[in-house]
Design a protein around this ligand. Structure first.
Ligand SMILES: O=C(O)C(=O)C[C@]1(C(=O)O)C=C[C@@H](O)C=C1
Length: 400
């Protein structure tokens, strides 16, 4: 049994934290980069992506022409001499160098010294996803999704890894809502095959189980097996928490659905393996950070956005067309009610009962914000979106 030493983060005791690590090189580089932005030209939509801002300083969005060709540097020596003769800078090597895409994405790939928050306790699938993203990281358990968001915001951890959708159970709506409520950036994704096991106390046969505890998503992913076994489902905060509870309660007729690793950690027996309805049960997790990453063009990237539209016929059709027109593939679309304004009264006199829900649309698309076609698509979308935010641009996980 190997429990990790990291102390869990519970949402209530979170407190303002001194900014340990503020001087972290990555952040300073980001701050430096802001000097290169032409903020006057940033339009009203809230684009959080460094690259798009940097690009906008150079390329007018209205212009659908391909980006300008690389600058010809053949006259560079003349420029240096000219500058020196005017006495601006004696040594140009002392000037800060503009960042390139690789500079900002060069955090150690194995995650050594990175603290990563996840929801659940050791043995949860989210912890495994964090370790897939950063194999040497220190994982930090949190009781709720929101605690993981806050842990990043308060500098208690560097990143958070949270589930966003599952191939059987669908979207994890809570995390869509939290993405909007918090100011974190998506800097990566992790796709992971989730193989569920039926666990019981040592020596208990599966026929003796009357109840099974697990996370609601896990219960939904094993719907058919559980119906076949005729077992009562009971919700728990996370799968590993369910396993821990089975041990703590010591009731022979109660089992858990969790990972093989959870069985190992909490000393339970594996009664059945791969009990999910679909063999290819895949959960997609997002990696969140305080700062956005600069998208590269060396590998496929995804961009995630959220927007709202004006009321009117065909508005969603128009919004989707900005991507179709530029041959940009959409990988996910999700809509969520806008909670602050759940109902819109369409009749000023409030007569007639027509009322509409306002929706937020979340879209993931296969393109990097470093690509002009993605920038143009968002500039186009901005023409009729009431609100638009880039949640992040990050490398596509193609490891499955
Ligand atoms: O309970 C866990 O172990 C989790 O990591 C949560 C979670 C989820 O919320 O989707 C993660 C992966 C599986 O899809 C089942 C549960």
């Amino acid at each position: 049994m190997a429990l990790r030493a990291a102390s869990p983060i519970w949402i209530s005791p979170l407190r303002p934290h001194s900014k340990v690590g503020v001087s972290d090189l990555g952040l300073r580089r980001c701050v430096d980069l802001r000097c290169y932005w032409d903020l006057e030209r940033v339009p009203k939509w809230e684009c959080c992506c460094l690259s798009v801002l940097a690009q906008r300083a150079i390329t007018p969005v209205e212009d659908e022409k391909p980006s300008a060709p690389p600058v010809d540097t053949s006259g560079a020596t003349d420029q240096v001499q000219d500058t020196q003769s005017r006495g601006f800078h004696k040594d140009l090597n002392l000037l800060p160098k503009p960042l390139s895409a690789t500079d900002l994405s060069s955090s150690p790939g194995n995650g050594a010294q990175v603290r990563v928050a996840y929801q659940g306790i050791p043995g949860a699938y989210s912890e495994a996803a964090a370790l897939k993203a950063y194999p040497k990281c220190e994982t930090v358990p949190c009781d709720q999704f929101e605690a993981a968001f806050k842990a990043v915001e308060l500098w208690l951890v560097d990143k958070a890894v949270l589930p966003i959708e599952n191939s059987v159970g669908g979207s994890i709506h809570r995390n869509y809502d939290l993405l909007l409520r918090h100011r974190l950036h998506i800097v990566g994704e992790v796709q992971m095959v989730v193989n569920h096991c039926l666990l019981g106390l040592p020596g208990v046969p599966k026929e003796e189980l009357k109840r099974v505890l697990s996370h609601p998503q896990a219960l939904a992913q094993c719907e058919m097996t559980l119906t076949k076994l005729g077992i009562i489902r009971v919700s728990a905060d996370d799968t590993a928490g369910a396993a821990q509870m089975v041990v703590a309660n010591g009731e022979r007729d109660t089992g858990a659905i969790a990972s093989a690793r959870a069985a190992d950690i909490y000393g339970l027996s594996i009664l059945l393996e791969k009990i999910q309805d679909d063999d290819d049960n895949i959960t997609r997790f997002l990696i969140l950070a305080r700062e956005p990453m600069i998208p590269g063009s060396n590998r496929p990237h995804k961009t995630s956005i959220v927007f709202t539209l004006e009321e009117g016929p065909g508005m969603l059709f128009k919004a989707l067309a900005v991507f179709a027109l530029r041959d940009i593939n959409l990988t996910k679309i999700e809509s969520r009610p806008q909670r602050k304004r759940p109902l819109r009264v369409v009749d000023d006199s409030n007569k007639g009962s027509a009322r509409y829900f306002d929706y937020l649309f979340y879209i993931d698309f296969d393109a990097s914000m470093a690509e002009p076609r993605a920038q143009h698509a968002l500039a186009h979308l901005q023409e009729f979106a009431r609100f638009l935010r880039v949640l992040g641009c990050y490398p596509t996980d193609a490891t499955l």
